[in-house]
Each structure stands twice: as C-alpha cells, then as structure tokens.
Design a protein around this ligand. Structure first.
Ligand code: ADP
Length: 191
C-alpha cells in the first residue's frame, strides 16, 4: 500500500511517517529530506537552497525529478509513505500518474490536523535543535502561508477520491500512531 501523510509544517508528518514506514516495511519518502540532501549538489544545490531558505516551494521541474528518481531507485519496495509530497494539486495529479504507470495507487491519505498557531509554536521550539536554516520566524510564516494557499486545497481532491482520513495532530505521538494504525487496518480490510 502507498500512503500519503499530509499536514502543515510542524504537524508531525516526519515523525509518524518514520514510525509507520518501520512498522509496515514501507519506504519513507520525505521530499524535504531529499531536497536537503541535494544542497551540496554542484548543479542544483544553490537553486534549491534559495527556495528552501525563503520557505517557498522548489519548482516542479526540480522536485518532481528528485521524487521520481527516489521512487525509481526503490521500486522494488512494497510501498511508499509520502511525507511532504505532494504539496500542490499539480504534484498530487503527477503522483497519481506515476503510481498508475507502476500499476499501483495511493490507497490512503492521512491528514494530521494542527492549527497554524500550534504549528508555529512547535517549529519554533524545534528550531533550537534542528539546525535547519529555514526554521526561523520569517521563513516559517511563509511556509505556513504557502501551505494554506497551495497545499491545503489538495485535501478536496483526495476527499473526492474517497481516500482521505483525518487525525487530530494535537495528540501525543503514541496516540497518533495508534489511530493511524487503526485506520490502516480498516482500509486493508476493505480491500
Ligand atoms: P516542513 O514540512 O516543516 O516545511 P519539509 O522538510 O517538508 O519541512 O520541507 C522543507 C522545504 O523543502 C519546503 O519549504 C520547500 O522549500 C521544500 N520542499 C519540500 N517538499 C516539497 C515539494 N513537494 N514541492 C516543493 N518544495 C518542497
């Protein structure tokens, strides 16, 4: 099964994606992590950094290639958990096309719900230890705005596809994992 873990910056996507990937033998695809790994790339590093440091989206021509390469490299895995991708409706449709090509599909989208104020608080707290140059107030505010404007609207698309489930992101890590696992179980049962 392929799962998308959805939510605003700071909602806890990365934490949950890692746990679920481990427990279900899925490959964790974090587009943010993959992008950070590209920062030393001779050709694209500077360009990628300029977008990330502003909190803006990396252009599709670059990010889609990064994601596609990672999928191709791991195509023998039994499934992926997507974290941070898709971030626009265009990326969501591209992901569906990609999945179809590989004769698979996105079976579940989990929206980790967290309000913007709480998200901001969490990222600011994390910024003390993350070492990420984009964890500063100005950039976080842009990231949250970009999320509202470009990313959140994807939820309508997934809802219409009937694969969207919501989880309250204010709960503890353990509680959230438990809920996600329950949802996965229900979805697998229906297949
Ligand atoms: P967060 O979710 O906390 O903002 P991420 O690590 O997911 O952190 O993303 C960090 C940055 O990486 C984003 O602000 C953006 O510049 C870039 N990025 C990550 N994923 C994408 C994507 N799917 N499309 C465009 N840019 C992306």
């Amino acid at each position: 099964m392929n799962i998308v873990i959805f939510g605003s910056p700071g909602a806890g996507k990365g934490t949950q994606a890692e746990i679920i990937a481990n427990d279900y033998g899925l490959k964790h695809l974090s587009s943010g992590q993959l992008s950070r790994q590209m920062l030393n790339n001779r050709l694209l590093g500077k360009k990628i950094k300029s977008y990330m440091d502003k909190g803006e989206l990396i252009p599709n021509a670059i990010i889609i290639k990064i994601v596609k390469d990672y999928i191709e490299k791991n195509k023998r895995e039994k499934g992926f958990i997507f974290d941070g991708y898709p971030r626009t409706l265009g990326q969501a449709k591209e992901l569906d096309r990609l999945a179809k090509q590989s004769k698979t599909r996105i079976g579940l989208v989990i929206n980790l719900k967290l309000d913007q104020q709480e998200a901001l608080k969490r990222i600011l707290k994390r910024s003390k230890s993350s070492g990420r140059s984009d964890d500063n107030l100005k950039t976080i505010e842009t990231r949250l705005k970009v999320y509202k404007k470009l990313t959140e609207p994807i939820l309508g698309y997934y809802k219409a596809n009937g694969i969207l489930k919501e989880v309250d992101g204010r709960q503890s890590i353990t509680k959230i994992t438990k809920e996600i696992k329950k949802i996965i179980k229900e979805v697998e049962k229906k297949k």
